[in-house]
Design a protein. Structure first.
Length: 94
């Protein structure tokens, strides 16, 4: 999943995670650290299944795009996401 909506923007107490507690399917969630639908400090408090792998893209928003002042580019973040997806697929398929 790219940019999972863990909660509505600005409402981290209204989680959309209940179904993820007992999830058994290997899952990769790639999330930007500035995503208003779930930032690292919020998401780490959620009870998520151990089958869910979270990968954070530095300074990424919900579209995984960083701010210019971060020194990162959209292409770099998307490239990192593609590499992580490739790695994840290879790990679960081999």
């Amino acid at each position: 999943c790219l940019g999972y909506p863990f909660h509505p923007p600005g409402k981290p107490e209204k989680t959309r995670t209940d179904h993820l507690i007992g999830y058994e399917t290997p899952t990769l969630i790639i999330q930007g650290t500035r995503d208003p639908f779930g930032k690292p400090d919020e998401v780490k408090k959620y009870d998520l299944s151990s089958s869910i792998n979270l990968y954070w893209l530095e300074d990424g928003d919900h579209s995984l795009v960083p701010r210019k002042r971060s020194g990162l580019t959209r292409e770099e973040n998307w490239g990192a996401a593609v590499q992580k997806i490739d790695q994840f697929i290879r790990e679960i398929c081999l």
